[in-house]
Design a protein around this ligand. Structure first.
Ligand code: SF4
Length: 290
């Protein structure tokens, strides 16, 4: 560690990499390579790490990602059970009912865990990169769902409008996401040059926007249907020097990798939990626009 840590009040979001790969090959994926060699993957170490960091920041958010967290529901159950009920819990998934589990089994699993899960973030895209379950499955779920759609390759306002309305019967919020490999500190808040933002503004009613140093989110309405546009930098730690010359590494995510190791960033930086335990907490919305 080069600098002391700072993070949001309550603790950085803990992102847990499930030790199971997905069946997809999305062109924008930055995680896929990590699943080529599974020899040091350890569910037991992941669960220990969940308990350790959860005990230190008992009110932080947890996000399960992958790979595919729902590729093994028995393991996901064990990981969910290790998260204390004080946390909000998000699952990033493609909802892969075509492989080892039937639709009934997937629905039963999520509904059985509805008190543990804050929201299931389901990947669906304008171009089909992932193996999709039936849309009708959404009508059977008792747990909140959001659809995440990475805007990659071609898109148009009309195409985005059609996509949003596809999920209107279930009133599922849609989050369009910028291709984060192209986001930089210089263009994160550059609205004039952001074609996607202008396209969205041409078909949806803008309502609000909020952000911080590392990510921002614009909200819209299509009737009563909520649509958002999310931009984030391709890393989650920022080094900042305050007015008194003190330099901090500001953490927006703490990662638990497939082998249970803690990382302080998406760029492969190992983190010692004892260093994180000396973190200084501060308000999250440091750069709220309005
Ligand atoms: S589904 Fe997720 S983990 Fe799998 S290739 Fe696509 S982005 Fe990567």
């Amino acid at each position: 560690m080069s600098n002391p840590f700072k993070t949001r009040t309550g603790g950085a979001t803990v992102t847990v990499f499930a030790p199971y790969d997905c069946n997809n090959h999305c062109p924008f994926c930055i995680n896929k390579e990590e699943y080529a060699d599974t020899s040091d993957f350890s569910l037991e170490k992941i669960i220990n790490s969940i308990r350790e960091v959860g005990a230190f920041t008992p009110y932080c958010d947890f996000a399960f990602t992958g790979g595919e967290p729902m590729a093994n529901l028995e393991s996901l159950q064990l990981m969910l059970d290790a998260v204390a009920p004080t946390h909000r819990v998000f699952i990033n998934t493609t909802l892969p009912v075509m492989n080892d589990y039937s639709e009934d089994e997937v629905v039963a699993f999520l509904n059985r865990n509805k008190d543990k899960i804050t929201c299931v973030n389901v990947s669906r895209h304008l171009h089909k990169y992932v193996e999709e379950s039936r849309d009708e499955l959404f009508g059977r779920l008792e747990v909140p769902v959001r659809v995440n759609c990475v805007l990659f390759h071609t898109h148009s306002p009309q195409r985005m409008l059609e996509f949003v309305r596809r999920f209107e019967p279930w009133n599922i919020p849609i989050q369009f996401r910028a291709d984060y490999t192209k986001t930089t500190p210089e263009n994160l808040y550059d609205e004039a040059a952001d074609d996607i933002l202008w396209e969205l503004r041409s078909v949806f009613r803008p309502t609000e926007m909020e952000g911080c140093r590392i990510r921002c989110n614009y909200e819209f309405l299509d009737g009563k249907h909520v649509v958002s546009y999310h931009k984030t930098l391709p890393y989650s730690t920022m080094t900042v020097t305050d007015g008194e010359g003190r330099t901090y590494d500001i953490l927006y995510d703490v990662l638990i990798k497939q082998n249970g190791d803690f990382h302080s960033d998406w760029t492969g930086v190992l983190m010692n939990l004892e260093d994180y335990k000396k973190v200084i907490f501060e308000p999250y919305d440091l750069h709220r626009i309005y």
